[in-house]
Structures are given as C-alpha cells and as structure tokens.
Design a protein around this ligand. Structure first.
Ligand SMILES: C[S@@+](CC[C@H](N)C(=O)[O-])C[C@H]1O[C@@H](n2cnc3c(N)ncnc32)[C@H](O)[C@@H]1O
Ligand code: SF4
Length: 426
C-alpha cells in the first residue's frame, strides 16, 4: 500500500456510500457475474524500518490511544463494525468474504490471538465464504511454530513471508533483520501448521550479483513454496535508501541488471513447475490448473470489491474508491468519536478506469480482452494498429490476439509500461 494518499474529494463523516454502489452490486448479481467481496487489514507496525520501504508503517510501540500495538486489534474491530453499518445503511447487499489479507507493516508483530480476534470479528460481521483464502504477511523472524499453529487453528490458510534474499550482504543492504536460516525454519513451521506458503523476493539490490540472485531463487525453490512473488527493488523517494542514492553514497538500481534477473527468475521458476500469472507472481502449478494463485490479489487485479481496514487503507466498491486517515492516531481518533475513518473518496471517470483496466490487464497471464479497447474515442483503431505492431516486435502473443486477448510475451513482460502507453495512445 503506497504511503502517499491521493487527493480525491472529502468523504462524508458517516461514511455513507452513493446509491449507485448498491445498484451496481445488485446489477452484477442479476447479470450472473457477482462482484466478489474481500477484506484487507493493514497492520502499521514494524520492528525496524527497512531503508527501501515506503509503506505506511511505524516502529514506535505507542502511537497514542487506540493506536498502540496493544490496543490496535480493538480499534480495527471497531472499524469492521463501522463498515458493516455503512454497507447496511447504504443498502449494499450482504456478501461473504471470499478472501482476507492482513498486510503491513508486519502483522505478525501483533500476538496471534489479536489477528485471530480480528478475523473472528470479520467472520461475525460479514461471514467467510466456504473455502475463503485468509493470508497474513510475516517477516521470517516474527513468527514461531506456536504462533503459526495458533493462526492456522484460528482460520488463517496462508502465510506470505518476506524472504527477500538468501544472501547475507544483500539482506544487510536492505536493512532486513532476519538471517537466511530463519526462512527454512519459518516455512517448516507454517507447513506443519497446514498453512500454504508464499515467499516474497526482491531482485536488483545494488551489490547483488547475478549469482547472488540465482542463490536466492534456488534457496526459495528448495523450500517448495506454493507461491513466489519477485519484485524489482524500487528506489522510493523519501526513504533512507532513496536519499543515499540521491547523495551518491549508495549505487542506484540498474534496469538492465534487473531485466537479466527477471529472465533468470522466470527460467528457474518455470523449470521447477511455477507458472507466472501476473508479472511479479508465480504459482506452483505444473499442470496449468490455475491453482495456488493469490486469490486476494487477483480480486484487486480483476477490479472486484474490497473493504480496506486500518490507517491509510484503501477500499473499492463498484467503482467508488475511498481511503482512511494515514496516521494510526488520527485513524483511531476518528473511530473513537464515531466518525468514519475514511478521509477521501473518488470515482475515477471512464478514461481513468479504461487506463487502469489496461494497466492491470496487460500484467496478467489471462490478459485483457481486445474488446476493452473499443471504448476509445476512435473505436480502438489506433490501439489495434499498435497490437499488430507489437506482435511483430515480439511483445504480444499473436495467437492470443487472434482469440481476442492481449497477453504479453516474456519480452513484453519486461516492457509492460511501453505496452500500456501504446495501447492507451500516449
Ligand atoms: C511492505 S512488505 C510487508 C510484509 C513484511 N513486512 C515484509 O517486509 O516482508 C510487502 C512486500 O513489499 C516489498 N517492498 C517494500 N518496499 C519495496 C520496494 N521499494 N521495492 C520492492 N519491494 C518492496 C517488501 O520487501 C515485501 O516483500
Ligand atoms: S519489514 Fe516490511 S513493511 Fe516493515 S519496513 Fe521492512 S519491508 Fe517495510
């Protein structure tokens, strides 16, 4: 979750949603393509702030009434009650949660009982759909065999560990607190508890050689996780890492090096039975059955509905987006006084929604329907010309285009920004 909030319009203090949200949810249901509903819970605490990270997270234990680590679970459950009230008052049909995701920050800095308690309240107020996916992010040194067993017993189905690298000097550059050996231990405990496991990796850290990256991918694969996310290191302005790069103290990332590492990751992952389904995400799915994908993230990418609880969290309901106060103290204060924690709201216009659809769609292995381009002012003529050119250049899959879908090739996955620009005509 980016830490800078958009501008948008002010959100009403009672959180009430415009009438067309309920109408669109009902229309989708009647059309036989119901909009799915998910919950994101942001936990804004970390033991140490990694130098590269721009997420909305804080290292202080006490951030004020309702915002300290010890009172946080109570504050978030208050938001879940508030959310249920907003949805009912806005006449939005009740829907069970298909997926729940606890992200951070480091959710597992809270006692497992707190996370299970928040999930329990979500189950009470919304209900969990049969087979719901319930994930928490975790740092490898923030869990124990016992805490993971407690999470599994309380209804969690999946854990996503921030492994990042298996190489000590890379972990040190990233300011990570865990040691490489924490990862196999944590993965073993998660498996023993019956949880699915995902590993997050970062490539392209300055000083990381191609061999270091191979070591990392091979170490991750040796643990046979169900899912792997691999992100190129992004230098965020305003972070410790970003200012070191600006001052020339720290080398910048190199896009060519990152491209080589992406290609190596794809090769090693594919050889081991992992299949890409989004540019940065691979699922253990040797028979191409669509299994082990992160269903929560798929809901985001497919433009479904979710409530985002916690400071700075974003929600999306049938085309209306809104977001909470960013600082945990301001967030808690609003809830304590019965005011909606949401401070901003926007409803992207048709052009913005089109662009978003293109940006998300071309990152997915399922791609984007060619018919989406018909809404362009010229009926999609310019974009269709670009599709033909990009097939000839090896950026788009020609067979998929014949079947009416825009799907990037491996080369295209390295240049997805350019594909979006050319399709959107800017
Ligand atoms: C924000 S973290 C939350 C989970 C947990 N605290 C952790 O670090 O693993 C989620 C993922 O975002 C990645 N991330 C954060 N900032 C990033 C950046 N500037 N570039 C690439 N990945 C980043 C993290 O490394 C992590 O894998
Ligand atoms: S532990 Fe995760 S959320 Fe916390 S600062 Fe590091 S990358 Fe960001």
């Amino acid at each position: 979750m980016p830490s800078i909030l958009p501008e948008g319009d002010p959100a009403p203090d009672d959180g009430r949603l415009p009438a067309h949200v309920a109408r669109r949810v009902r229309e989708a249901e009647s059309a036989g393509a119901p909009r799915t509903f998910s919950l994101y819970v942001h936990v804004p605490f970390c033991e140490v702030r990694c130098g590269y990270c721009d997420f909305n997270t804080y290292t202080a234990e006490d951030l004020g009434p309702g915002a300290s680590r010890s009172s946080y679970a109570g504050t978030v459950t208050g938001e879940l009650d508030f959310a249920a009230g907003v949805l009912a008052a806005s006449d939005v049909p009740a829907r069970q949660l298909e997926t729940v995701f606890f992200g951070g920050g480091t959710p597992t800095l809270l006692p497992a009982a707190d996370l299970v308690g928040i999930l329990g309240r979500a189950r009470e107020v919304f209900g969990l759909a049969p087979g719901a996916e319930v994930t928490t992010e975790a740092n490898p040194d923030s869990v124990t065999a016992r805490s993971l067993a407690e999470l599994a017993a309380g209804g969690f189905t999946r854990v996503s560990f921030g492994m990042q690298s298996a190489v000590p000097h890379v972990l040190a550059t990233l300011d990570r607190t865990h040691r490489p050996e924490n990862v196999p231990a944590a993965v073993g405990w998660a498996r023993d508890a019956g949880l699915e496991v995902s590993l997050d990796l970062i490539y392209g850290t300055p000083g990381e050689s191609l061999e270091d990256w191979r070591t990392t991918v091979e170490a991750a694969l040796a643990l046979r996780p169900d899912h792997v996310s691999a992100y190129s290191l992004i230098v965020e302005e305003g972070t410790k890492f970003g200012s070191s790069v600006k001052r020339g103290v720290q080398a910048d990332v190199d896009p060519d090096d990152q491209a080589d590492k992406y290609l190596l990751a794809e090769r090693l992952l594919a050889e081991a039975g992992y299949r890409w389904y989004e540019i940065s995400n691979w699922a253990l799915d040797p028979l191409d059955e669509g299994i082990h994908r992160a269903r929560h993230n798929m809901a985001y990418w497919r433009d479904q509905d979710w409530w985002g609880a916690g400071p700075g969290a974003h929600s999306h309901l049938a085309g209306v987006r809104f977001w909470n106060a960013k600082h945990p103290a301001a967030y808690a204060q609003r809830l304590a006084t019965g005011v909606s924690p949401s401070v901003g709201r926007e409803e992207p216009d048709a052009e913005a929604r089109f662009l978003e659809r293109v940006m998300l769609g071309v990152r997915l292995s399922e791609g984007l329907e060619t018919s989406v381009l018909d809404v362009a002012p010229d009926g999609g003529a310019q974009a269709r010309g670009e599709i033909a050119a990009m097939i000839a250049e090896g950026l788009l899959d020609g067979r998929a285009a014949l079947a009416g879908r825009i799907i990037p090739t491996l080369q295209g996955r390295l240049l997805d920004d350019a594909i979006v620009r050319r399709l959107a005509g800017f």
